[in-house]
Ligand binder design. Structure first.
Ligand code: GLY
Length: 426
């Protein structure tokens, strides 16, 4: 079978790398792909992100399955479009992906179905939003409020405001007078430890895929600006067996039942962003309608089973018959980012020291890279995901950081403490 993976990041390189290992897969195309997917001779880039061009390519090449990585393609309705042409595609429809692309929809959905999350209010009128945050800070001065832009914002649409001024600035940014129809959500702050919980869904059944924890801030100690993610590890020890059972029972099952009941059956990867409090109670911080980046890079290294039959099980509504075997070790990924990231990443810096081939226990996945005149250069904010397995979090850290130290490019920056929470637990 030929497969197409849509996207160009580290997540898509990791999915394509994993799918290419299936004995049933002849070729994996990545559209548009990156420098790493261009170099790997089991993968081939196709230079488009346009659903019409991709569908014509799939028909021409007789590609048996398309797998969608990024949220924007899902929100744009690529799944609905491929389905209308009878092309097999893995991912949620536009209506199902609204769990990610509208924060207001996600919150009201959770409220309708009794799914644990923080209280919220949605605003289209800035004056009302300002009055609301003033009232919140007057009632609970020490408690931050969370302001979220309603639509997709590439990780830049959330502010955890510690004072009213910060909340007012976010409101002015996301509900400007010249943007009629804009919406934002103001919600209560949740205390605890965050984790990412991934589920693969077939419209009815949710099969737990993996847990992970990512590091969204740029700098060590979880300081500095928010980014798309500077590193991750899997599994996340904060998701104990008890927490896992609560997530499945209180969140995943009612979500899938609710989406089906509302005429939006959910098929695809579901990423449940959680806050877990000191009593082990999980609450939903956000839903994403896709795999995480860089969490996927760590997760695929742990996955022993072939990914293709799992995706087919979801498309055939047979996930209740699927089992996935995982490596018992921890996988950890360190993002090597461009100088100037996240505000103004440098580009076109030559990358030195990349390993010639994958090791059994470590892989360098590419994200913001391009192949130019036979050389790999940087081409985006998050450039590489250096990923390694280890018998413990500390061993995985040691292996990933040793590999990261062999790579260099001008301005390269990375966090030195990926996995610190899990390492401190042991
Ligand atoms: N790692 C965060 C995300 O994929 O949204």
């Amino acid at each position: 079978m030929k497969i197409l993976v849509v996207g160009s990041g580290g997540r898509e390189h990791a999915l394509a790398w994993k799918l290419a290992q299936s004995p049933r897969v002849q070729r994996v195309y990545v559209a548009p792909g990156n420098g790493g997917t261009a170099l790997d001779n089991r993968l081939k880039n196709f230079p488009s992100s346009d659903p019409r061009v991709l569908a014509a390519f799939v028909e021409r090449e007789k590609i048996g399955l398309t797998v969608v990585g990024p949220d924007a393609a899902l929100a744009g309705g690529i799944v609905d479009y491929f389905q209308s042409l009878n092309l097999r595609i893995f991912g949620p429809t536009k209506a199902a992906a609204e769990l990610e692309w509208s924060k207001d929809f996600a919150k009201s959905f959770m409220q309708r179905h009794g799914i644990p999350t923080s209280p919220y209010k949605t605003f289209t009128d800035a004056a009302r939003a300002h009055v609301h945050v003033d009232a919140e800070f007057a009632a609970r001065p020490m408690m931050p409020v969370v302001v979220k832009a309603d639509g997709l914002a590439a990780g830049k649409g959330v502010v955890v405001a510690v004072d009213a001024d910060e909340a007012h600035r976010a409101i002015d940014r996301w509900l400007p007078a010249d943007a009629p129809g804009a919406r934002l959500v103001v919600e209560g702050f949740l205390e605890g430890e965050e984790a990412s919980f991934f589920v693969i869904c077939d419209g009815r059944t949710g099969l737990p895929f993996a847990t992970a924890q990512d590091h969204k801030r740029l700098l060590d100690g979880d300081l500095g600006p928010n980014t798309g993610g500077m590193g991750a590890y899997s599994p996340a020890p904060v998701v104990t067996p008890d927490v896992h059972a609560r997530v499945m029972h209180q969140i995943v099952k009612p979500t899938l039942a609710g989406m089906a009941a509302e005429g939006r059956p959910y098929t695809g990867f579901l990423y449940v962003g959680l806050m877990i409090d000191a009593q082990g109670q999980p609450r939903v911080v956000e839903f994403n309608a896709r795999m995480g980046d860089p969490e996927t890079q760590a997760i695929v290294l742990r996955m022993k089973s072939d990914l293709l039959p799992v995706l087919e099980g979801a498309l055939n509504a047979k996930l209740d018959l699927v089992e996935i075997e995982w490596d018992r070790r921890t996988a950890l990924t360190v993002v090597l980012a461009a100088g100037g990231y996240p505000d103004a990443p440098r580009k076109r810096d030559a990358i030195e020291g990349l390993p010639k081939h994958d090791d059994d226990d470590s892989v360098v996945f590419h994200a913001g890279t391009a192949l130019v005149d036979g050389r790999i250069v940087s081409d985006g904010g998050r450039v590489l995901s250096v990923t390694a397995l280890g018998d413990s979090v500390r061993m995985a850290q040691k292996r990933a950081y040793a590999l990261a130290e062999t790579i260099s490019f001008t301005g390269m920056q990375f966090r030195r403490d990926i996995g610190w929470r899990a390492a401190a637990r042991r």
